[in-house]
Write a protein that binds this ligand. Structure first.
Ligand code: S3P
Length: 186
């Protein structure tokens, strides 16, 4: 684990990182551990639109999906005492990156392409992976997005060789010393 910033007393914990990094499963556990409300941005989009992610991509395109993502993220980040698990492409929009940094202590969960293929290689719910050259697609996404995840991150954790229990133990210990939930409203 690499500490990227000394201290950021933010009102929310935010998980960023690529598909298959474990943002939702780790996010749920961290939320419970730190007494935060858990929100998964993809699930919030599904609830708001009333359609699955593949259906949104099919009818509104990726641009339409990104707009829903931007609105959901802005709504969530206005609140506090939340663990927000973002979708892998949330960092693409500069407004999202600015808000994520302003309103969150940000953990970048990193994962290599081999582990991604093992974890989500056959997933049908991720439109960007519905192609034959999945390895290449994931490599291209990593090249584009890794600098953006790093730009917003307070902490980086490479999940490749660790179990969820090990990741949890390390993150809990780091977060207890580096993050104090800072409330902005009474
Ligand atoms: C996406 C990641 C997905 C979901 C959508 C697009 C991406 O979320 O938002 O399929 O652009 O990487 P997860 O990172 O939770 O899989």
């Amino acid at each position: 684990m690499l500490a990227l910033a000394p201290m950021n007393p933010a009102p929310n914990l935010v998980l960023v990182g690529p598909m298959g990094a474990g943002k939702s499963s780790i996010g749920r556990r961290l939320a419970e551990r730190f007494g935060l409300a858990f929100f998964d941005v993809d699930q919030c989009i599904i609830d708001r639109v009333g359609a699955s992610i593949p259906t949104i991509f099919e009818y509104a395109g990726e641009a339409g999906f990104r707009e829903h993502e931007r609105l959901v993220l802005a709504d969530l980040l206005a609140g506090e005492k939340q663990l927000i698990s973002t979708g892998g492409g949330s960092v693409l929009h500069p407004d999202n990156r600015r808000l994520i940094r302003e309103r969150g202590f940000v953990v970048y969960l990193k994962v290599g392409v081999d582990a991604q293929l093992k974890r989500i290689g056959n997933d049908k719910n991720r439109p960007l992976l519905q192609r034959d050259d999945r390895r290449q697609a994931l490599q291209d996404l990593t090249a584009l997005r890794d600098p953006l995840y790093r730009e917003v991150a307070d902490l980086l954790f490479d999940t490749d060789h660790y179990t969820i229990a090990e990741i949890m133990a390390e993150l809990c210990s780091r977060l207890s010393t580096q993050w104090q939930c800072h409330r902005t409203a009474p």
